[in-house]
Design a protein around this ligand. Structure first.
Ligand code: SF4
Length: 309
C-alpha cells in the first residue's frame, strides 16, 4: 500500500448536540502511513436541522499520543509514537475532502481541527508550519486547536505568527491533583491548567477573534457530583467572562470499559449545565447520551484489534 491509501472509510449521519447545531454527517478515514502505522482523520459536515453550518476536517498530528488520557485509545496503539509532519496534515485534509467528494467552497465556513490523535503543543513548530501550508491551499480556513498544554510555551510561540486560530480548547477533568493525575496519566509534574488558561487568554488578548474553550469531560463518580461542580466553579471563577465551557459526554471506548469510566445520564449533564449557567458561565452540552460515537484513536484500535482481517 502507498502512503495515504484509504484503508477504511465509514460514513455516518448522527444527531449530535454541539454549540450551534444538532446533526453531523461524518466521513471517517484510516489512511496507510508506513508499513505498520495507520493514520486516523475525518471530515464532518455540521448541520443545524438540515442546513450545513460548517465543514470541519479533524486531523491527527501523531501516531500514538503521548498524553495518555485514561479513556482514550490513542496512547495504546502498537508501534512507537511517531510525530507527523506538516505535509502529512495537509495530506489528511486533501485526501479526506477528495475521498468524500466534498468541495470546501460549498460550505459557509471551513475549519481544520487539531483534535485528532496527538498533542499539538509538543509539536508547536510543525503545527504552525502545517497551518501555513493548509492556508496557502485553502485561504478561507480557520483552525481549532485542542491542547492539554504539555508545553505551554506554545501559546506565545503561535502568538508571534499570523495564524488563523479560531479557538483553543483545554481539557478540564478536575481541579484536584490526584484526579488529574489519574485521568492524564503522563501529565508533567508541573501541569497547571490555570497557567495554561492564562497563556491561552494572553494569546486571545492579541487575537480578539480567538476564543478559549474549556472542555469539561464528565465522568460518573469522578467529577459529576455537586461538590465537584462547586469546586470547578470556584476554580474557574476568575475566567468566567473570558472562557466558554463545553460540557462533554464521555465517548464510550474500550479504554473506558477497561477502566470502568462512564458518562453520566442526560439528567446529570443537564443539571451540571444549569448549575454552570446559573453561576454565570457561558456553556453548552456536547455529544449524545446514547454515546455511539467513536473517541479518537478508536477507529485505528478497532481496525488493528479486529482478528478477522
Ligand atoms: S484525548 Fe487527545 S490528548 Fe488525550 S490521549 Fe487522546 S489524543 Fe491524546
Amino acid at each position: 500500500m502507498k502512503k495515504f491509501d484509504v484503508i477504511e472509510k465509514i460514513v455516518t449521519d448522527i444527531d449530535f448536540k454541539f454549540e450551534y447545531g444538532n446533526k453531523e454527517k461524518i466521513y471517517r478515514y484510516l489512511f496507510s502511513y508506513d508499513e505498520n502505522r495507520i493514520i486516523e482523520c475525518m471530515a464532518i459536515v455540521h448541520l443545524l436541522d438540515d442546513t450545513p453550518v460548517d465543514l470541519t476536517v479533524e486531523i491527527s498530528n501523531m501516531y500514538n499520543c503521548v498524553v495518555g488520557c485514561r479513556f482514550c485509545a490513542s496512547g495504546s496503539l502498537p508501534e512507537k509514537n511517531l510525530v507527523l509532519q506538516a505535509e502529512d496534515y495537509l495530506m489528511q485534509v486533501d485526501k479526506s475532502l477528495q475521498e468524500s467528494n466534498i468541495n470546501y467552497k460549498d460550505y459557509p465556513k471551513f475549519y481544520v481541527a487539531f483534535t485528532g490523535i496527538g498533542e499539538p503543543s509538543l509539536v508547536k513548530e510543525e503545527v504552525a508550519k502545517g497551518i501555513m501550508l493548509i492556508k496557502e491551499k485553502y485561504p478561507n480556513v480557520e483552525v481549532n486547536i485542542a491542547t492539554t498544554g504539555f508545553d505551554n510555551t506554545c501559546f506565545e510561540y503561535w502568538d508571534n505568527l499570523n495564524l488563523p486560530i479560531r479557538y483553543f480548547q483545554l481539557p478540564y477533568y478536575s481541579c484536584e491533583d490526584d484526579k488529574i493525575k489519574y485521568i492524564i496519566q503522563n501529565a508533567p509534574k508541573d501541569y497547571d491548567l490555570r497557567r495554561n488558561i492564562d497563556e491561552a487568554l494572553r494569546y486571545k488578548k492579541h487575537h480578539k477573534e480567538c476564543r478559549v474553550k474549556v472542555n469539561f469531560v464528565v465522568m460518573e463518580g469522578i467529577n459529576d457530583n455537586e461538590e465537584d461542580i462547586d469546586k470547578m466553579i470556584k476554580y474557574l471563577e476568575e475566567y468566567k467572562s473570558d472562557i466558554l465551557i463545553k460540557v462533554s459526554y464521555l465517548n464510550y471506548t474500550e479504554k473506558c470499559r477497561e477502566n470502568n469510566l462512564h458518562s453520566p445520564s442526560q439528567n446529570v449533564m443537564n443539571r451540571i449545565l444549569n448549575k454552570l449557567q446559573s453561576s454565570g458561565f457561558d456553556c453548552y452540552i456536547f455529544g449524545t447520551e446514547n454515546n455511539t460515537e467513536l473517541g479518537c484513536g478508536q477507529l485505528v484500535q478497532n481496525y488493528i484489534c479486529d482478528d478477522n482481517r
